[in-house]
Design a protein around this ligand. Structure first.
Ligand code: PHE
Ligand code: NA
Length: 437
């Protein structure tokens, strides 16, 4: 078997990880979930979840990957008893599950880029969404999105993923900043910022039980955790660089892009007086509402292309990371060339995504299950494994390259062992309560 690949540069690894993190979670779900969960109240819970739960869990994934330099399934077997491979398997499965409908939304985004160019959604945004989001057209668009993803992953770590994300990630940041500057000129800007950024404490307290599970689930999803992505990406790291710094860069950038998305979307929505609530909502609410916004503001066509273009780039750079998880596993184990593996995985994803492409009700169902069950369970298993089973070896791995940062190792370990575990158990309890009881 040929030698396993590594990232050409440290920046390449960081940008690829940011590319994975920054995606539909930031640009589509985060604003939407904020809008439907009490505005800034949700933002407060979300930020707490990212810092206290997401960041430590991300470092746990980094440690597993860099320590073993193998795919996510075998990584668990190398660090612990063979049976722990099940946890890696669950993460790979979770990623596959999520990617199946992520591609479908990616397909919608392609249609929105095109629709912005032609102005197709301007007259009837709701009707356009209905036409684009389900049925044969959605299946076709999903296939196009997947084909691009497969193409990039087929080229490999250095020539595919690293090269692509080096262009994609800076473009996302620059274009989002440009959009945020533009929306300051809209009449609804002030109201938009107020909605997004001023927390209503009463709402927070009253809805904590339903907001917290979403906030924690969103923290995992947005940081690409629980799907073996960060394990896989860090398994291609060949050096002893400071993982706390690398992870911190990913978390901060991801959060900034989420905040930027809110700063772009809410001024647009409040300018046209749109109300996005869970009643009017569902998967497409944000598409319909933002599209309506672009249809009725000056230069909406241009900015619509830019906005949906950014969403598309972000979705692609995330989807490639998820596909890489499966490809990495199969490549390590069977030595089949990448292009074949990427194509085969793409076909599997296409099939699993068919229900979601056909009917958004399925997509919502897949998404809910991912958030409230698979992701928390997967991250919980990871964290228990790294915190309690691997323990000191994990600290040893993390603190390679963190000299001068003080007692990061033990602080991290005990945060994992206690804070993260308790937060996830609580989230699962609340989520199960909400879903089934
Ligand atoms: N972090 C991604 C996002 O915010 C989530 C994700 C990554 C989902 C990769 C699927 C694949 O959109
Ligand atoms: Na994200």
């Amino acid at each position: 078997m040929s030698e396993r690949e590594t990232w050409a540069t440290r920046v390449g690894f960081i940008l690829a990880a940011i590319g994975s993190a920054v995606g539909l979670g930031n640009l589509w779900q985060f604003p939407f979930k904020t809008a439907t969960n009490g505005g800034a109240a949700f933002v407060v819970f979300y930020l707490a979840a990212v810092v206290l739960v997401g960041f430590p869990a991300m470092l746990a994934e980094f440690v597993v990957g860099r320590r073993t330099n193998v795919n996510a399934v075998d990584a668990f077997g190398e660090l612990g008893h063979r049976q722990w491979r099940v946890v890696g398997g669950l993460a790979v499965f979770t990623g596959f599950w999520i990617l199946s409908y992520y591609n479908v939304v990616g397909g919608w985004v392609i249609r929105y880029v095109v629709g912005s160019v032609t102005g197709a959604y301007f007259a009837d945004p709701g009707g356009y969404f209905g036409a684009v989001s389900s049925g044969p057209g959605a299946v076709l668009a999903q296939a196009v999105f997947l084909a691009i993803v497969v193409g990039i992953v087929a080229l490999g770590i250095e020539d595919g993923i690293e090269k692509a994300t080096k262009v994609m990630v800076p473009s996302i940041v620059v274009l989002m900043v440009a959009l945020a500057a533009w929306v300051t000129t809209l009449p609804g800007a002030a109201k938009g910022y107020a909605f997004f950024l001023s927390p209503n404490v009463d709402t927070m307290v009253a809805n904590a039980g339903s907001i917290i599970p979403f906030a924690v689930g969103q923290a995992f999803f947005t940081l690409s955790l629980g799907m073996a992505i960060m394990i896989t990406y860090s398994s291609y790291v060949g050096s002893d660089d400071n993982l706390v710094f690398d992870g911190g860069t990913v978390v901060v950038t991801n959060t900034l892009v989420g905040v930027l998305a809110g700063l772009v979307v809410f001024p647009i929505l409040l300018t046209i007086g749109a109300e996005v609530t869970s009643e009017t909502g569902g998967a497409g609410a944000l598409f319909v509402a933002t599209a309506a916004g672009f249809g009725s503001v000056p230069f909406g066509r241009v900015f619509g292309v830019v906005f949906f273009g950014v969403v598309l780039i972000a979705a692609l750079s995330s989807a490639i990371s998820l596909l890489e998880v499966t490809v990495s596993y199969a490549n390590d184990n069977f030595g089949i060339p990448r292009p074949y593996l990427a194509t085969a995985a793409g076909v599997g994803l296409f099939v699993l995504g068919l229900p979601s492409a056909w009917d958004t009700a399925w997509l919502t169902w897949f998404d809910r299950f991912a958030y409230q069950v698979f992701l928390p369970v997967s991250v919980l298993a990871l964290v228990v494994f790294v915190g309690w089973v691997v323990g000191h070896d994990a600290v040893d791995e993390l603190t390679r390259g963190t000299e001068g940062l003080g007692p990061v190792g033990p602080v991290w370990l005990w945060t994992l062992r206690l804070v993260v575990v308790v937060a996830i158990l609580g989230t699962l309890g609340l989520g199960i309560n909400e879903m089934f009881l």
